[in-house]
Design a protein around this ligand. Sequence first.
Ligand code: ADP
Length: 560
Amino acid sequence: MRLRARLALAFALLALVPLAVVVLPTLSRLRDTLSRELDARMQAATASAQESLERSATTARRAVEELVESPAMEDLAREARERPTRAIQAGTAEALMKTRGLTVLALFDRGGTVLSSGHLPARRGDPDPALFAVTRETSSKPVPVRVDVRTSSGLRQMPALVTARPVDYGDLRLWAVGGVLLDEGLAQHLARLTQAQVTLVSGDAEFARAGTALPPTVSREVPLGEAATVKLVFSRAAAREAEEGVMRAFLLLAGLGGAFAVLLGLLVSRWMTRPVEALTEGARRVAEGALDVQVTAVASGEVGELVRTFNHMTSEMRATTERLVASERIAAWQEVARRLAHEIKNPLTPIRMSLETLLAAQEARHPRFPELFKESAGVVLEEVDRLRRIVDEFSRFARMPKPQLAPVDLSELTQSVLALYSTPPEGIRILPALQTGVVARVDRDMLTQVLVNLVKNAEEAMAGKGGDLRVRVKGTDADAVIEVEDSGPGIPAEHRARIFEPYFTTKEGGTGLGLAIAARILQEHGGKLEVGGEPGLGARFSIVLPRSEGMGISAPVPVS
Ligand code: ADP
C-alpha cells in the first residue's frame, strides 16, 4: 500500500475510533436508561392497576354493606318473612343492584337458592353454588369469582369481585352476594390509567381488551386469584425509536466524519508525501546517472532538511564527478603524450645513426661517401616523413574542431559512404539494411569519417579470408543507430577495453588513432561508440546517436 493511502486510512481510523468509543457506550447506557425507565413505568402502572382493582373492590364492598344495612333491605326482609314470594320478585335484585352502582347482585335464601338475581334474573328459584360459596368466605373483602351472566351472545361466565353479607330478620336469614364485573369498562379504565394494552383473561378465554401497544412489547400480569388475570402489555416502540435515532445519528456522523477524515488524510498525505516522492524520483534519476538532479519540492522540518541534504549531495556528486572527469582527461592526455614521445623517439634513432655514419665517413674521407650520403639522406627523409605523419595524425586527433550540427538522414549518409566501396575487395560481400527516416543532428563530415573508419577496419579484419560486412541503420524512440558488423576474427576480450585508446593498434603500420578519434567524435555529438560481437565470430561496432525528429527527409537518396 502506498504511503498516501496508508495515511488516509490512519486518519479515517483516527476519526472513527473515538466516535465509536464515545457512541457505543452511550448507546448501551441509553438502552439501559430507557429500559429502566420502562421498568419503572410498568411497575407504577401495575401498582396503579392493582390499586384501581382494590378501589373497585372497596367500592363494591361498601355498596353491599350499605345495601344490607339499608331500611329498604330491612323492609324487604320483614316482608319476605311473612310473604316470601310476593316480597322478593325477579326484578327486585336488579333494582337494588342498579341503585347501588353494582353489576353483580344475587339474593339467596339460607339454603343457597337464588331468590332474585340482578345480573341473571333467569336464575331465580335455582341454586347458584359457585356464587353462594362466597357466603362461606371468612374475609370481609370481595373475592374474585366467575359469575354466570347473560350477554348478547348467550350465557357466559365472567370474572367479578364479589362479597357476601347476611340479612337477618328474626329467624329469617337471607344472603346478599354482590360486587362488580371485571368487564370492558374496567379494562378501558385500566388502559387509560396505565397507557398499556389491558387484557382481562379468565382461564384460557379473553373477555375484555382495551388500549393498544405498538410492537415491540413487554407484558406484566396481575393475577386475581384463580378467577382472572389482568394482563398489561407495554410498548417499547418509543424506546426503540430513540435508540434507532441515536444509532442513525452515529452512522451519519461516522459517515461524514470518515469521509472528512479520508479527505483530510489525502490532503495532508499529499502535502507530506510530495517531497518524499520528489526525493524518490530524484534518487531514481541519480541512480540512472543524472547527477545534476535538484529536488524543488517545498518541505519543512525533517523532510525539508532531507531535501536540502539531497540537493547538496547531488551538487557535491556532480562537482566530484567533474573533478574526476577532468583528472581522467589529464591522465589520458599524459598517456597520449607518453606514447607520442615514444612514437617520435623511434624515427630519431635511425636519423641520428645515419647522420653519425655520414659524419664518420666524411672525416675518414670515405671513398663511397657520395653513395653513403644518398643512402643516409634517404633514411633521414623517410623517417622525417614518418615523423610528419605522426605529427599530422596527432594534430588531427588533438585539434578536434567543434562539430557543425545539422539534421542528417543516416541511411542516406550510409549509402553515400558505401558507394565508395561499390567494388569491395575479393571475397567480401557488403550487405546493407537501411531503415529510412532515421534522422540525427550530426556533423556530416565527421560522421562520414567515423563510418569510413569502421568500414575500413571491418574490411581489414576480413582481408584475405573474406566474409560478410553488414551495415544497418535503425531507429528506436530515443536513438538513431548505425551498426557495422563483420565476420572477421572479432576482438579478443583482453583488447576490448583498449581498442579506443589512442595509439593502440595490432596492425603493422597502424596508427591506433582511428577508433580513438571516432569515439571522441561521437562523444562530441552526445552519442557513443559501442563494441560488440563474439571473439572468433566477428566484431560489431554501433554508432549510437540521440535521434531527432524528422526534418522532411523521407525518400532515401538512390545509391549511385
Ligand atoms: P588501427 O586501425 O590504426 O589499428 P584503430 O583505432 O582503428 O587503429 O583500431 C585499433 C585496433 O582495434 C586495431 O588495431 C584492431 O586490433 C582493433 N580493431 C578495430 N576494428 C576491428 C575489427 N573490425 N575487427 C577486429 N579488430 C578490430
